[in-house]
Design a protein around this ligand. Structure first.
Ligand SMILES: [Zn+2]
Length: 234
């Protein structure tokens, strides 16, 4: 464990970087997702994601070595991510979901919500805009209802924040993702993430290799893909 001193100041919680994982990997990487041929290990890549902790409002930065692999047939190169780690995100999805919730549900300013995650107000505003356009909340709720017909009372469209206010579109998507994330857990899908956003996108990544960047929308999950969907495009 190579801890470095906290860099927090003022009333901010300390920001710790810690080695999250030793360099461990199996004998062989998984087969190629594109052509199913065997692959081989091809070095390491170290990333430094900001992740949510179990303590609400406290984040930490990980030093995380990721094993890289290459296909022996089509030469496709890929990185192996442990459960709960989303590709290409300095701020992991549970952190994004917490900050957006503070802004659109808690009424915090972007600057205040972002400070908890050691992010900038610009990032927080960008996350709100991204989330509002990521998916159709009615579509998410329909999938949740199909997965989990016995959902607790209060779920469904009536549980979504009222439309109208400027922050309502993102709030509605966030609330619908929470319902779908809970439904996934109850349907027996292994979820390492805490928030609906983390669970739903983590599931899409694990099941289909789909990765949604900050410019991407068009999340259309289907209940058929929950149970043994083939790997492929989203
Ligand atoms: Zn291949």
């Amino acid at each position: 464990m190579a801890d470095v001193p906290p860099t927090g100041s003022g009333d901010k919680p300390p920001f710790v970087t810690r080695l999250a994982k030793e360099r461990q990997r199996g004998e062989r990487p998984p087969p190629c997702a594109r052509c199913s041929a065997p692959s081989w290990w091809n070095g390491w890549r170290v990333v430094f994601p900001t992740v949510a902790t179990l303590v609400a409002g406290l984040v930490e930065r990980w030093e995380l070595p990721l094993a890289k692999a290459r296909c022996s047939s089509c030469r496709h190169g890929f990185t192996c991510y442990p459960p709960g780690v989303y590709p290409q995100r300095r701020y992991q999805l549970d952190v994004v979901a917490d900050v957006v919730a503070e802004v659109v549900l808690g009424g915090a300013s972007a600057a205040r919500a972002a400070a908890v995650a050691h992010a900038t107000a610009t990032s927080a505003r960008r996350w709100v805009v991204w989330l509002a356009a990521l998916a159709n909340p009615r579509e998410l709720l329909a999938v949740a209802a199909q997965l989990d017909p016995d959902a607790p009372a209060g779920a469904g469209l009536g549980a979504l924040p009222a439309a109208g206010a400027a922050r309502a579109p993102a709030a509605r998507v966030l609330a619908a993702l929470e319902q779908l994330g809970s439904a996934l857990g109850r349907a027996g899908v292994a979820v390492a993430e805490r928030t609906g956003l983390g669970r739903v996108l983590g599931w899409q990544h694990t099941a289909h290799g789909a990765v949604f960047g900050l410019r991407d929308g068009g999340l259309h999950p289907s209940p058929a893909t929950v149970l043994g969907g083939a790997r492929g495009g989203p």
